[in-house]
Design a protein around this ligand. Structure first.
Ligand code: PHE
Length: 439
């Protein structure tokens, strides 16, 4: 449940639709689904397996297994990835807070397409407000980690997650009744294969890692805590299926609405935030639908921020060799994350807007860096680690194996970790970077 909470979040509802819109619609969806099949299952299991063997969280797991420091860099790499990602994730969670408030005070009533866009660009993209709105979920997450109630929140999400699904299904039905929704449905579901370029494949692979929360060793911690008699295969399969379902539902809501209301599918990170209020206004109980939806989205984001911030809190404690206790570590992490958020926000809109690298502000850059490079490279290293270096037995993987199941499963798993996953990631990389020119 914790793994599902980490996986399902803004990646599915915010990032997936805008990435799809920018990268060719249906073609992106197909490549994305292929990536989920090739990478999702083996990588999720890989991380759980590392955690089970090590009994330690991300930062110390590699040392615990190998008994030396040769793979320690991977612990650092994962920690750095989490740190860069957490800042931008909290900013987007802050946008949800903003939209929850605005829905509650009925700000979106009567706004047309242009007004919704202007609203986002002027009202939301406002440095002090963005910082304030991000600090709210940062403090919320910190409080949850401080009082040690994250498992309670995850249990709560057992009720809220189905509610989110039901809400999204209702929104899908409403959207499909709009005039002109067919064009959007075709855009999302009918692939135009000529749109598939190396860059699209790289984006789709990155989105797969991001959405499933794999490639930064976060699931290692969950593997370490997972009851010994719980098998990893079904857990991984359920997480992957649920995560993909939520992403596809988000696409089914956004694209028909984009075309029905006259938005641009390639709008970028603001896409969902301008389209959703338009959709919600058309629901039968518009006000309550808006408020409920943004509360559910906020909780979905929060179960992801808990998993991210926990890695930082645990990392600081481990680095200090126990000198820093959990409460102090929560305080240090909170300060660190707020500092990162402030830097990103100022580089986006504020006084440091000329702080750009490769034509991107730090917010955009952190997203691309983490999603397209750091997570896939982390995943590559972890698959090689388990595939080639880490001894493991069936009992670590599947404690209750039905007959027959084991025979084909283990060789397939090992083969995909040794060959398929690393080669696929390398090819996607070299191709995406233009070293190979396979069209
Ligand atoms: N998977 C989360 C989402 O889809 C984001 C995330 C990535 C969370 C990596 C934790 C680690 O929103």
């Amino acid at each position: 449940m914790a793994a599902a909470g980490s996986a399902v979040g803004l990646g599915n509802i915010w990032k997936f639709p805008y990435e799809t819109g920018q990268n060719g619609g249906g073609a992106f969806l197909i490549v994305y689904l292929i990536c989920v099949i090739i990478f999702g299952m083996p990588l999720l299991m890989t991380e759980i397996l590392i955690g089970r063997n090590a009994g330690k969280s991300t930062f110390s797991a590699f040392r615990a297994i190998t008994g030396n420091n040769r793979w320690q860099w991977l612990g650092w790499w994962s920690a750095l990835t989490v740190l860069i990602l957490t800042g931008f994730y909290f900013i987007v969670t802050g946008w949800c807070v903003d939209y929850l408030y605005e829905s509650a005070v009925n700000s979106f009533v009567g706004m047309n397409t242009d007004a919704l866009l202007t609203h986002f660009n002027t009202n939301v993209m406002n440095a002090p407000k963005m910082i304030l709105c991000s600090i709210i979920p940062i403090l919320g997450t910190a409080a949850i980690l401080w009082f040690g109630v994250s498992s309670g929140i995850e249990r709560l999400s057992k009720i809220l997650m189905p509610m989110l699904l039901i809400m999204m299904i209702l929104m899908t039905i409403r959207v499909l009744m709009l005039d002109g929704s067919g064009t959007g449905l075709r855009f999302f579901l009918a692939p135009d294969f000529s749109q598939i370029t190396p860059a699209v494949v790289m984006e789709a692979a990155g989105q797969c890692f991001f959405s499933l929360s794999v490639g930064l060793g976060l699931m290692i911690t969950y593997g370490a805590y997972m009851p010994k008699d719980q098998e990893a295969t079904m857990t991984s399969l359920s997480v992957i299926s649920l995560d993909t379902l939520v992403a596809v539902l988000a696409g089914l809501i956004i694209f028909p609405a984009v075309f029905a209301f006259g938005f641009n599918p390639a709008e970028g990170p603001q896409l969902v935030f301008v389209v959703l209020p338009a959709v919600l206004q058309h629901m039968t109980f518009a006000w309550i639908s808006g408020v409920v939806f943004f509360i559910l989205l906020f909780v979905a984001a929060l179960t992801s921020t808990i998993s991210l911030m926990e890695v930082i809190v645990a990392g600081i404690m481990e680095l200090s060799h126990g000198k820093i206790n959990r409460h102090k570590s929560v305080l240090i992490s909170t300060a660190l994350i707020i500092a990162i958020v402030v830097v990103y926000v100022l580089s986006m809109t504020g006084v440091w807007s000329n702080l750009q690298l490769f034509g991107h502000n730090l917010f955009e850059l952190s997203d691309t860096l983490v999603t397209n490079f750091m997570m896939p490279l982390g995943a590559l290293a972890m698959s090689l680690f388990v595939g080639w270096f880490m001894p493991f037995q069936d009992k670590d993987l599947i404690p209750h194996i039905q007959k027959g199941y084991k025979k084909w499963f283990r060789p397939l798993f090992v083969f995909s970790l040794r060959w398929i996953v690393p080669i696929a990631i390398l090819l996607i990389f070299l191709n995406g970077l233009g070293v190979l020119n396979i069209k």
